[in-house]
Design a protein around this ligand. Structure first.
Ligand code: CUA
Length: 312
């Protein structure tokens, strides 16, 4: 059935079976009840002013039937649902752990090899992954429809989920908990790689950025990063004010800061504002931007500056 998302983890088929089971039972019940309702309404309608309602005390057979059959169905749904749920809450010992931080409004992933990525989760095909999640601020929710997994990220505690991706490909990651202005832009990708490709990625032999964007001029790379690293959740490029200042017409212009001083938005100012956003706060905006130090490389920052320069 292709109106459900693609099945790309080994939970997907089992979760869908529960959904279909419940849906089909509901559908059959709905049809039977509706037919019965209409049939009885017509057959036993009041025909005259003197119609008398028959006095019925009970029917043991019917009562057993409508008690026992639904009870069995409900128990089957419960047991099957519980078994799937239990498996989904029990990560295997050999699962690869990835730390996930949700913040307004991006996803940060930290891997055991020390790598860190934004809005892109790299995993290996057929290798179980346990994601250990926390939030830097409000509640977010990690949701990958193709894997049929969803879990809230909550400030002050860790939550987790696990899955085994079964297909090589790129799958959508959504924030499924309303978390403020940038919620709808808090999107990511899960990149499932073959074991060989993952191995190369893990060892850093294949710079995923370099591979994907080889030959891109800096401003185009900057535009790509603007969309992929979550900048677009807070910074518009058309002059409108979102959570952060717009990038349109920013470069080379005076910016008023919260301490009353002004600064010219040159390369150094933009670089510092990306790496340590709280250093020079623009007047009228709150200190909500996460620091990108250690997340964006010098080349990335240079590319973003080149992109900002094009937004006149
Ligand atoms: Cu994060 Cu919605």
């Amino acid at each position: 059935m292709n109106w459900l998302p693609e099945q790309a983890s080994d939970f997907a088929g089992r979760v869908d079976t529960v959904i279909w089971f419940v849906t089909i039972i509901s559908l059959i019940s709905f049809i039977l009840i509706t037919i019965g309702l209409v049939y009885f309404a017509i057959k036993y309608r009041r025909r005259s002013e003197n119609d008398e309602t028959p006095y019925i005390t009970g029917n043991l057979f019917l009562e057993m039937l409508w008690t026992v059959i639904p009870s069995i169905l409900v128990m089957v749904i419960f047991v099957y649902g519980f078994v799937v749920y239990r498996d989904m809450r029990t990560p295997p010992q050999d699962a690869l752990e990835v730390n996930v931080t949700g913040k307004q409004w991006l996803w940060q992933f930290q891997y055991q090899n020390g790598k860190s990525t934004i809005n892109e989760l790299y995993v290996q095909q057929d290798k179980p992954v346990k994601v250990v999640m926390r939030s830097d601020d409000v509640i977010h929710s990690f949701f990958v429809p193709a894997f049929r997994v969803k879990q809230d990220l909550i400030g002050g505690m860790y939550t987790y989920l696990w899955f085994t991706p079964t297909k090589v490909g790129i799958f959508d990651l959504y924030c499924a908990e309303y978390c403020g202005t940038g919620h709808s832009a808090m999107l990511g990708k899960v990149i499932v790689m073959s074991p060989e490709a993952y191995d190369r990625w893990e060892k850093g032999e294949e710079e995923e950025e370099g591979k994907a964007v080889a030959g891109l001029p800096p401003d185009q790379l900057g535009e790509k990063l603007y969309k992929e690293r979550g900048c677009n959740a807070c910074h518009s490029i058309d002059g409108s004010t979102l959570v952060g200042p717009t990038w349109k017409g920013l470069f080379g212009h005076e910016v008023s800061l919260t301490d009353g001083s002004t600064v010219t938005a040159d390369e150094n100012y933009i670089r510092q504002s990306i790496l340590e956003p709280q250093a020079k706060m623009v007047k009228g905006f709150g200190p909500v931007m996460p620091a990108f130090k250690g997340i964006l490389s010098d080349d990335d920052v240079a590319a973003i500056i080149a992109y900002i320069k094009t937004l006149k």
